[in-house]
Design a protein around this ligand. Structure first.
Ligand code: ATP
Ligand code: MG
Ligand code: MG
Length: 352
C-alpha cells in the first residue's frame, strides 16, 4: 500500500494516521519534538528539525505523497520536499494561509466578504489603519497566531499604542470588529480530480480564545447553509486544492463573513468522527492518496466538546455517559490551555 508522509505529529497527525491505517495505508510522521501524540499510531516516525534537509530528503524517499497537520512549515523545508514528492494540499494553499494579510487579500479578491482590514507594520501604519477602520477592532499578528494568541483588542483609539506594542514589532493586520450573532465553520474536501464534498456546517463556541464546542446542525437558514458551502467550494476550487480544509465564518444579518481558512483538518470538524460514516480525516487521506471522496453525509446530530487542561479530571464521568465518544490524544501533562482530547456527544434518534 501507499505511504502517506505527514509533517507534524500532534493530535491532528495522530487522527490522520488512524484514518490512513483504517484504509490499509501507512503513515510516516516527521516531527521535531520527541514523543509526539502521533508517535504510537504512526507506522514510522522521524524526529528531526525542519532545518535538517538530509532528514527531510530521507523522509521523502520513504513516502508516496506528503501532507501536513499545520500550516507553518518553513518555506525552505517545503522547497526541499517539493522537488521530491507531491505536497497535498499544494504550495499555493500554504502561501495564502501562512500570512493573515495574504489570506484576507486573497479571500476578498475572490469576492468573499471579510472584515475590513489593513496592514500594520509600524506606528504610522497603525495610525492610518485606526483612522480607516476605527474601533472596536482587533490587531492580529500576521503569522503564527492560533487559539486567539497574538491578538490585541482595541475598544477605543486610546488602545492603539498598547495594541501595537503587544505585537513586539511583528507585522500585523487591524481588523474591524464584526458584530456577529454566532460563528460557524465548514469543513470541505477536494479530491485530486476536482470533486468537492462539504460536511454540514458546525456552530462554534469559543472560551478564552480556544474552541470549546462545535454543534451540528448549526443555526443557519437554508440559504445561509447553501452560501457557506458555496463559499467553501469557491475557495477549494480557486486554490486547486487537494485535501480537507476548515473555513471559519461569522454569521451576520448582512450575510456570512469569512474569518480565516485552515489548509488542513480542523478542530471544528472533529464531530464528523461520530456524525458521519466518512469523517474529515478519512476524506483528507482519500484526497491526498488520489482516491475518490467518500459520502460525508451527517447521520446524527453531534455536540463536540474539547477537553482542555484540567477538563481531563472529568474523563471518568464522561466515560460513563451514553452515546459519548471519547477521543484522547495520549498527552502526558494537562497544562492549562492544552488540547488533551475531545468528546463527541451523539444525539442518536430513539428507535423502537
Ligand atoms: P484559531 O485557533 O481558530 O486558528 P486564531 O488565533 O487564528 O484562532 P481567529 O480565528 O482569527 O484567531 O480569532 C479567534 C476568535 O476571535 C474568533 O473565532 C472570533 O470569536 C474572534 N474574532 C476574530 N476576529 C474577529 C473580528 N474581526 N470580529 C469579531 N470577532 C473576531
Ligand atoms: Mg487561525
Ligand atoms: Mg480561528
Amino acid at each position: 500500500g501507499a505511504v502517506i508522509g505527514i509533517l507534524g505529529g500532534g493530535q491532528l497527525g495522530r487522527m490522520l494516521s488512524v484514518a490512513a491505517s483504517r484504509l490499509g495505508l501507512r503513515t510516516h510522521i516527521f516531527e521535531p519534538s520527541a514523543n509526539p501524540p502521533a508517535a504510537d499510531v504512526a507506522h514510522q516516525l522521524t524526529t528531526a528539525s525542519y532545518e535538517d534537509h538530509d532528514a527531510l530528503r530521507a523522509f521523502a524517499a520513504t513516502v508516496d505523497v506528503i501532507t501536513y497537520e499545520f500550516e507553518n512549515i518553513p518555506t525552505s523545508a517545503l522547497d526541499v520536499l517539493e522537488s521530491l514528492r507531491p505536497i497535498r494540499p499544494g504550495r499555493e494553499a500554504l502561501r495564502v494561509s501562512q500570512d493573515r494579510l495574504t489570506e484576507k487579500t486573497y479571500l476578498a479578491e475572490l469576492g468573499l466578504k471579510t472584515a475590513p482590514f489593513a496592514n500594520v507594520e509600524n506606528a504610522e501604519d497603525m495610525e492610518k489603519a485606526v483612522a480607516e477602520i476605527g474601533t472596536p477592532s482587533i490587531l492580529k499578528t500576521r503569522r503564527f497566531g492560533y487559539d486567539g494568541k497574538g491578538q490585541s483588542r482595541l475598544k477605543s483609539t486610546e488602545d492603539a499604542a498598547q495594541a501595537l506594542a503587544d505585537m513586539a514589532g511583528a507585522p500585523a493586520v487591524l481588523e474591524g470588529f464584526v458584530n456577529f450573532s454566532h460563528e460557524v465553520s465548514v469543513i470541505g474536501t477536494r479530491s485530486a480530480d476536482g470533486q468537492v464534498a462539504c460536511f454540514d456546517p458546525g456552530e462554534n463556541v469559543h472560551r478564552d480564545g480556544i474552541l470549546h464546542t462545535t454543534t451540528v446542525p448549526a443555526r443557519l437558514s437554508a440559504g445561509q447553509r447553501m452560501d457557506a458551502v458555496l463559499m467553501t467550494a469557491n475557495i477549494l476550487n480557486s486554490l486547486d486544492y487537494v485535501g480537507t480544509m476548515g473555513v471559519e465564518l461569522f454569521v451576520t444579518p448582512e450575510g456570512l463573513i469569512v474569518n480565516e481558512i485552515a489548509p488542513r483538518v480542523h478542530n471544528s470538524g472533529h464531530w464528523t468522527q461520530n456524525g458521519c460514516a466518512v469523517d474529515q480525516f478519512e476524506q483528507h487521506i482519500r484526497a491526498v492518496a488520489g482516491w475518490p471522496l467518500g459520502d460525508g453525509k451527517r447521520h446524527s446530530d453531534v455536540v463536540m466538546e474539547n477537553l482542555i487542561g484540567d477538563d481531563m479530571e472529568r474523563v471518568g464521568e464522561i466515560a460513563l455517559e451514553t452515546n459519548a465518544a471519547l477521543h484522547l490524544y495520549g498527552k502526558a501533562d494537562a497544562k492549562p490551555g492544552r488540547k488533551m482530547g475531545h468528546v463527541n456527544r451523539v444525539q442518536v434518534a430513539a428507535k423502537g
